[in-house]
Design a protein around this ligand. Structure first.
Ligand code: HEC
Ligand code: HEC
Ligand code: HEC
Ligand code: HEC
Ligand code: HEC
Ligand code: HEC
Ligand code: HEC
Ligand code: HEC
Ligand code: HEC
Length: 238
């Protein structure tokens, strides 16, 4: 008897819940603007207006929150698990490689997508909160700033992302391709050595970075300092 009473009570409560909207549901982006009108203006410029489910793609169903206006009824990705939320589209179905991301230095250092991307400060260029790519990198890699700005690559306006992917890659140092291919994407050159025989197999395997500093010093040709270049490989000679 007691059991039946409890079951009946449960059923009653559940139906109340349904009638008064206790269950959440998708309500569509337009419904959000009714209260978050400040989000409306930038929305057409946000690439995510193309995403299925609009606002609710990242914030989850808004039904319950619409009624309660309570922040505990809506997901804020910054307080949740951004990698899971963003990854549902970009790592599972998108262009980013899940394994590369996990093994990349940035994921290993514990960063998430939101350490670099801001989702609502649009003016899109890839949602970097209005920062240029290199500015973003210098904020943490300040040791690269001066050397890169002065060097040939920096002065030519190259971005760090010409050679690295901030999302990790399967290559060392998050480089976009392997070995000399990184450089040969722009420079149609084989390694060259002033003295060694060009037919020599070892010569052909020389890394470009054996002689050139990719981030560059102010020196012409980006070579290591005078007196250091030869020792770099020919230690035994000295
Ligand atoms: C009826 C008005 C109303 C509607 C509709 C509404 N919100 Fe809200 N929302 C609020 C209010 C009020 C707050 C502030 C609540 C607080 O500070 O406790 C809020 C806060 C938020 C927050 C901040 C949560 C946090 O943890 O800081 C997010 C995110 C949010 N809303 C997203 C949405 C989305 C997405 C939609 C549409 C699916 C939506 N809201 C629809 C009124 C609304
Ligand atoms: C692609 C994911 C994504 C989409 C789509 C998205 N948001 Fe957000 N939203 C976020 C993230 C991440 C944050 C946390 C802070 C930030 O990055 O701006 C946030 C924060 C918020 C906040 C809290 C702002 C604050 O000051 O803390 C509100 C309100 C909000 N979003 C409303 C919306 C509305 C309305 C839409 C649809 C027009 C929407 N969001 C679409 C990811 C998204
Ligand atoms: C529902 C799927 C979905 C979710 C969730 C999502 N995105 Fe997106 N994202 C898209 C779509 C669709 C585009 C626009 C089409 C494109 O460029 O691939 C986009 C575009 C972007 C772009 C700009 C791409 C460009 O080339 O201009 C960035 C950066 C981005 N998303 C980051 C994020 C981050 C960070 C999150 C988590 C807070 C997130 N996205 C969550 C689907 C999603
Ligand atoms: C260390 C900073 C950093 C982190 C962390 C980061 N991104 Fe990015 N992301 C960038 C930069 C910089 C670009 C622009 C690349 C360019 O312009 O070449 C970018 C571009 C993108 C794009 C556009 C497509 C592309 O590859 O150019 C998407 C989508 C994206 N990021 C999603 C994500 C997601 C999802 C996460 C989390 C899993 C994430 N990002 C984490 C810096 C970062
Ligand atoms: C022309 C290609 C290229 C560009 C552009 C470039 N890098 Fe690199 N970067 C490399 C190569 C190649 C290595 C590996 C060097 C080695 O193994 O000797 C590397 C290594 C690194 C490393 C790890 C080793 C170290 O020196 O600390 C960091 C961090 C780094 N780069 C950051 C940056 C930042 C930040 C920028 C933009 C300011 C940038 N890179 C621009 C090619 C480049
Ligand atoms: C929020 C801080 C932060 C930002 C922003 C950031 N990095 Fe990093 N990065 C780190 C940390 C921490 C590490 C790991 C420790 C180290 O090697 O310095 C790292 C490591 C690296 C490495 C070395 C990879 C390896 O395997 O050793 C490269 C290359 C790199 N970052 C490039 C970039 C580029 C390019 C950008 C800009 C698109 C960028 N980073 C933006 C913090 C950041
Ligand atoms: C995104 C294209 C791009 C990539 C990738 C690239 N470079 Fe360059 N590099 C340039 C440009 C542009 C210049 C300037 C060319 C000019 O002024 O003729 C340049 C110039 C140079 C110079 C000549 C410097 C001087 O003072 O004349 C050297 C050496 C060089 N790069 C080496 C490298 C090496 C090593 C790599 C791989 C780690 C590399 N580059 C990757 C675009 C690139
Ligand atoms: C053994 C050292 C060494 C190696 C390895 C090497 N370089 Fe060089 N590179 C030099 C020296 C020295 C110069 C300047 C003298 C010259 O032009 O031969 C130079 C000049 C350059 C220049 C600028 C001048 C020009 O002719 O355009 C570029 C670009 C360049 N190298 C790219 C590369 C690339 C790409 C690789 C890898 C495929 C590479 N280098 C491998 C030593 C080297
Ligand atoms: C990036 C590495 C690297 C750098 C830097 C470098 N070399 Fe070499 N060098 C080699 C390789 C590899 C060979 C071919 C050696 C072999 O067959 O064992 C070679 C061959 C030579 C030879 C010819 C040896 C022979 O028997 O044919 C001489 C001489 C030489 N280097 C001198 C120099 C001098 C001088 C410098 C500084 C200006 C220099 N090298 C910088 C890698 C380098």
């Amino acid at each position: 008897m007691r059991k039946i009473f409890i079951l009946a009570l449960l059923f009653f409560l559940l139906s109340l819940n349904a009638v008064f909207g206790g269950e959440s549901a998708y309500i569509g982006s337009q419904a959000c603007f009714a209260c978050h009108s400040d989000q409306e203006r930038g929305w057409p410029k946000n690439p995510h207006h193309l995403a299925e489910k609009g606002c609710e793609a990242c914030h989850g169903q808004g039904g319950l929150h619409q009624e309660s206006m309570d922040k505990k009824d809506i997901i804020n990705p910054a307080k949740a698990d951004p990698i899971k939320i963003c990854g549902a589209c970009h790592l599972e179905k998108g262009k980013l490689e899940p394994q590369s991301w996990t093994e990349g230095a940035h994921a290993k250092a514990g960063f998430t997508c939101l350490d670099c991307h801001a989702l609502h400060k649009t003016g899109n260029p890839k949602l970097l909160a209005g920062k240029k790519v290199n500015e973003l990198c210098y904020a943490c890699h300040s040791d690269k700033e001066e050397i890169f700005r002065k060097g040939r690559h920096g002065r030519q306006g190259l971005q760090c992302t010409a050679c690295h992917s901030p999302h990790g890659t399967k290559y060392d140092k998050m480089l976009k391709s392997e070995g000399n291919e990184v450089c040969q994407a722009c420079h149609e050159r084989e390694p060259h050595h002033f003295i060694a025989d060009k037919q020599n197999k070892k010569m052909r395997r020389l890394p470009c970075t054996g002689c050139h500093q990719p981030h560059s010093s102010a020196k012409q040709y980006l070579i290591y300092k005078k007196g250091e270049l030869c020792v770099h490989c020919h230690k035994s000679l000295y």
